[in-house]
Design a protein. Sequence first.
Length: 182
Amino acid sequence: MSLTSAKKKNMPLHKIKDVFTNDNLDYMISFLKTKEEEIEQEIKQLKKTKLQLGILREQYENHAYLSDVPLSSTHFSTKVSGQRAIVKIPSLQKPSLESFHQLQNALNQQLGDEPKDAFAFDLPKGTYLNGYCSEQQRMETMQNITAYAKAEYTEIPFVIQSVIFTGMFQWVYEIQVLLKSA
């Protein structure tokens, strides 16, 4: 450890002096292990902060994208999507911070013990019929998009409801129906 790196770590001067004047090998090894552990904790905290910033950035990107998309129970568009994984969760009656913490905890528990296919599956690459709606429009949108897809396209293998966060306590629903696998 150099004097410069010790100063950068905001070590008190008396601690720096102890490190550079101590000839005890066990003391030095213990000190260096402690510093490694402190740095590892800082790295974990920085990764957590980076993840939180990424989530916040995605929320603002979603908000920017969705500001041009009409929220309607009758306006649908098609979109080609690549293969992606969807996590299956119990029916979510109303998004809230508490319910998402509960879902996150349940998912973390399953990640440790259950095989992946017990709680997630891959969606095929293909063309999807999409609709965006508010919470109040969700049930009507589900009925309308299902009826439209059946009448205009094909049988419906599944319907996906996604919650897209557009702000801290703001969200819209994206309803998707697979029209054609790629």
